[in-house]
Design a protein around this ligand. Structure first.
Ligand code: SF4
Ligand code: SF4
Ligand code: SF4
Length: 252
């Protein structure tokens, strides 16, 4: 659970001008919809140096916690793989930055990759059933019940961040989290930016587990931690030249 102070940092100037009573209302709004999401555009910064300095077990935990909370199955056959966040090499994550003179230390960086919750999301545009759509706060989310498994969204995602359930995933969930839904054969799934946790006042699970290497917050608020970091540091985004406007930023 985020503390009141942490919440204020995440949301930044969008709420810093409020009175204590108004803050209570905003916090309450996070626990029960509707919330005024128009003022918020969630984004994530991943500090690759900090992340790569974590011991391997802690880095693994960042990926594992997402699986455990969201009932992501561990499929025995790699062809059936379902993942919401996983490690890539620098060249896999940023193929357009591949260069024979790439600094040696970059080549060996482990880069966590997940859905970028693109502002201009091609996956949303192609979905024929509105099973995937963008909320006012920028999160690209899904309604699994409306997914007909056409996989247009997978073809449209230039990052390969969606997984298809070729088999019933439920027998392959290591330890069922009864507080989170499971999916079925024939539907697509992906990272949700932990939307459910956000609405109950918590940070995304991978952010919480990253020991400060991942930072999450409101990109629309000048005073939020993510905005400040992005103003003060050099960052890169995956395939930013495509115009998808990814909202996951990497510090290198
Ligand atoms: S990364 Fe892919 S799945 Fe995620 S919003 Fe962008 S296009 Fe859609
Ligand atoms: S697979 Fe599901 S979410 Fe993807 S485009 Fe088809 S209906 Fe939409
Ligand atoms: S933001 Fe949440 S859903 Fe997305 S990768 Fe992190 S833990 Fe998983």
């Amino acid at each position: 659970m985020i503390t009141r102070r942490r919440f204020l940092i995440m949301a930044g100037s969008a709420i810093t001008a409020l009175t204590a009573t108004q803050v209570e209302k905003v916090l309450a709004a996070f626990t029960s919809p509707p919330i005024n999401r128009k003022d918020i555009k969630w984004g994530m910064v991943i500090d690759l140096k900090k992340f790569n300095e974590l011991p391997q077990a802690k880095r693994r935990r960042v990926y594992q916690i997402c699986k455990e909370i969201h009932n992501v199955p561990e499929m025995p056959n790699p062809k059936d793989r379902v993942e919401w966040i996983w490690p890539a090499t620098f060249e896999q994550a940023f193929p357009n930055l591949k260069d024979e003179y790439l600094e040696e230390h970059l080549k060996w960086l482990e880069v966590p990759i997940l859905c970028n919750h693109c502002e201009n999301a091609p996956c949303v545009k192609v979905c024929p059933t509105n099973a995937t759509w963008q909320r006012d706060d920028g999160i690209v989310t899904m309604d699994y019940h409306r997914c007909i498994g056409c996989r247009y969204c997978m073809a449209a995602c230039p990052y390969g961040m969606r997984s298809f359930n070729w088999k019933d995933p439920r027998p392959f969930i290591k330890k069922l989290n009864t507080e989170y839904e499971t999916r079925t054969k024939g539907v697509v799934e992906k990272c949700t930016f932990c939307v459910r946790r956000l609405e109950s006042g918590k940070e995304p699970a991978c952010v919480e587990a990253s020991e400060g290497a991942f930072i999450f917050g409101n990109l629309n608020a000048l005073e939020s931690e993510v905005s400040k970091i992005l103003r003060e540091n050099f960052y890169i985004r995956r395939k930013a030249d495509l115009g998808t406007e990814p909202k996951v930023y990497y510090l290198i």
